[in-house]
Ligand binder design. Structure first.
Ligand SMILES: Nc1ncnc2c1ncn2[C@@H]1O[C@H](COP(=O)(O)OP(=O)(O)OP(=O)(O)O)[C@@H](O)[C@H]1O
Ligand SMILES: [Mg+2]
Length: 234
C-alpha cells in the first residue's frame, strides 16, 4: 500500500449452494478474504486488473493477479474483487474444501508373530524387522518347537496372529509338515511360507498346502509389510 494502511486476511469454510455463485459447483469451499485499507482501484481499472501486463506501478509486471486468477481457476475456485477509490479493496477467493481423509489405510495393528527358521542369523534379522514394523516377534529353530510354542500361546489365551515358516529345515521339521500340524491345532492359522528355493512347487501352490501367503527369501521390510497385510486381510 503506497500510502500505508491495514491488511486483514480471513478464512472461513462456506457451503455454496447451487447457482449461488454461477461459476462454482455447489459444495464446501474455503473462502479467503483479503481486505486492505489502501488506495483502492478506480472503476475504469477494475475489469483490467486480472489482464496480463496491466499495471499501474512503476516497476510492476502486471502478472501478479493474472497468476492468482489462473491458479484459482485451475483449482476450480473463484475470485472476486470489490474496491472503493481512496477507501480500500477486498478480494474474496473461493477454493474447494477437500474432506479430511479417514486415516484407515489398513495399517496392521501390533501383531504377535511366530518365526521359524533354522538359520540363527536369518531368524534374528526377521525378528528385528518385525519389531521395527511394530510387531511382537518370537523365533524358533524348527517345526517341532514352532508347534509347541504355538500351542502353548493358544492355550494361554494369547495366540499368535501370524506364523512365518521356513520351508526347508535340514535338521528338523520343515514348513510343510509344520503347517499341517498347526492346522490341526488351529484351522484358522495364518501361516506364511518362506524359502530361498522359489521354484519349489510348494511356493507356487502354497494354498494347497495350507499356507495363506508366500514370501521368497531374501526379503526386506517392504515385502514383509506387504505379506503381513495380505494375510491379515485374508
Ligand atoms: N489491493 C489493491 N489495491 C489497489 N490496487 C490494486 C490492488 N491489487 C491490484 N491492484 C491494481 O491492479 C494492478 C495489477 O495487479 P497485478 O498484481 O496483476 O500486477 P502488479 O501488482 O502491478 O505487478 P506485480 O504483481 O508484478 O507487482 C496493479 O498494478 C494495481 O493497479
Ligand atoms: Mg501484484
Amino acid at each position: 500500500m503506497p500510502a500505508g494502511g491495514k491488511l486483514v486476511i480471513k478464512a472461513e469454510e462456506v457451503n455454496v449452494l447451487d447457482q449461488q455463485i454461477p461459476s462454482l459447483k455447489p459444495g464446501h469451499y474455503i473462502k479467503l478474504i483479503i481486505q486492505d485499507t489502501g488506495i483502492g482501484i478506480p472503476k475504469e481499472h477494475i475489469n483490467r486488473i486480472f489482464d496480463p501486463y496491466f499495471t499501474t506501478k512503476q516497476k510492476g509486471s502486471g502478472l501478479g493477479l493474472t497468476v492468482v486468477y489462473s491458479i484459482i481457476k485451475n483449482h476450480e475456485g473463484y475470485i472476486t474483487v470489490d474496491s472503493e477509490l481512496g477507501k480500500g479493496t477486498t478480494f474474496e477467493i473461493y477454493l474447494p474444501a477437500v474432506p479430511k481423509k479417514e486415516k484407515k489405510i489398513l495399517e496392521p495393528a501390533r501383531l504377535k508373530i511366530l518365526v521359524m527358521d533354522d538359520e540363527e542369523i536369518v531368524l534374528e534379522v526377521i525378528q528385528e524387522m518385525l519389531k521395527i514394523l511394530g510387531h511382537e516377534a518370537i523365533g524358533v529353530r524348527d517345526g517341532k518347537q514352532a508347534i509347541e510354542v504355538y500351542k502353548e500361546a493358544k492355550e494361554q489365551g494369547s495366540p499368535f496372529d501370524v506364523v512365518i515358516l521356513d520351508l526347508t529345515v535340514p535338521t528338523g521339521m520343515g514348513g510343510e509338515e509344520t503347517v499341517r500340524e498347526l492346522l490341526k491345532i488351529d484351522p484358522d492359522v495364518k501361516a506364511i511360507v518362506s524359502s530361498g528355493y522359489s521354484n519349489d512347487p510348494i511356493m507356487s501352490e502354497y494354498e494347497k498346502y495350507g499356507f495363506k501367503a508366500v514370501v521368497p527369501k531374501p526379503y526386506g521390510m517392504d515385502e514383509l509389510k506387504e505379506v503381513l497385510r495380505k494375510v491379515i486381510s485374508s
